[in-house]
Design a binder for this molecule. Structure first.
Ligand code: DC
Length: 217
């Protein structure tokens, strides 16, 4: 992609499909990709591994400073307990400031990037070329999560997954600093009744339009 850096911001609640969407857009438009949730997870993982209290602000900030975007291990960081702990360290404003700086620096690298998270369109990249807010009902997200677990040969209880998703949503949307919400200029994509291919095509069309507008201007 020629010209200035192009940034796509994707936000939404856990399990709405924004990770898959981000990966497909980054592949298609040949942009760098950052799942910002992994940066909060990396802080949480360090705290858990060292047996530190998740509310220990100084330790969490030190862990955030040490986060290296080039060595985020998705396999390790995907663990359920790490996600739970991540939503707790993510409420600490000083941790957010450190991670947001790293995320912004990433977004400025050539040729541009797709970043997904909770506050990309509102805080990290308010000037993004395209902002998407990908969502689905809590029930649909819980059913997808259950299907994923079952596909890997595991077993889980739908009611517990749903409860978990609702608790995580509450923590992400009700926190004081950078709560999850759509940016005023975000395109809403409700994937409750869409498969990933349909959702991707809808997003791709929006990005193509933004690219065309930018190339005209
Ligand atoms: O998307 P995820 O499940 O990997 O995110 C883990 C936690 O990190 C989530 O509960 C909220 C937090 N998070 C955040 O506060 N801001 C972001 N940009 C990304 C994630």
């Amino acid at each position: 992609m020629a010209g200035a850096r192009f940034v796509i911001a994707i936000d939404g609640p856990a399990g709405a499909g924004k990770g898959t969407m981000a990966r497909r857009l980054a592949d298609h438009f040949r942009l760098n990709l950052l799942d910002t949730g992994l940066t909060y997870r990396a802080v949480a993982h360090h705290m858990l591994r060292e047996g530190l209290d998740l509310g220990d602000e100084a330790a969490a900030v030190a862990a955030a400073r040490a986060v290296d975007l080039g060595s985020l291990d998705r396999e390790v960081l995907s663990q359920h307990a790490v996600g739970e702990a991540a939503s707790r360290v993510a409420v600490i404003p000083a941790v957010r400031r450190v991670l947001v700086d790293k995320q912004r620096e990433f977004s400025r690298r050539s040729p541009g990037a797709v970043l997904d998270g909770r506050d990309i369109g509102t805080v990290v990249c308010p000037d993004a070329d395209v902002k998407l807010y990908v969502t689905a009902t809590a029930e649909v997200r819980a059913r997808r999560r259950l299907a994923e677990i079952e596909a890997r040969g595991g077993a889980a209880d739908y009611g517990r997954i749903l409860q978990d998703i609702e608790r995580r949503d509450a923590r992400d949307t009700e926190r004081a600093d950078s709560p999850l919400r759509p940016a005023a200029d975000a395109h809403l994509l409700d994937t409750s009744e869409m498969d990933i291919e349909t959702a991707f095509q809808a997003a791709k069309t929006l990005v193509d339009q933004a690219l065309a507008t930018r190339n005209e201007g």
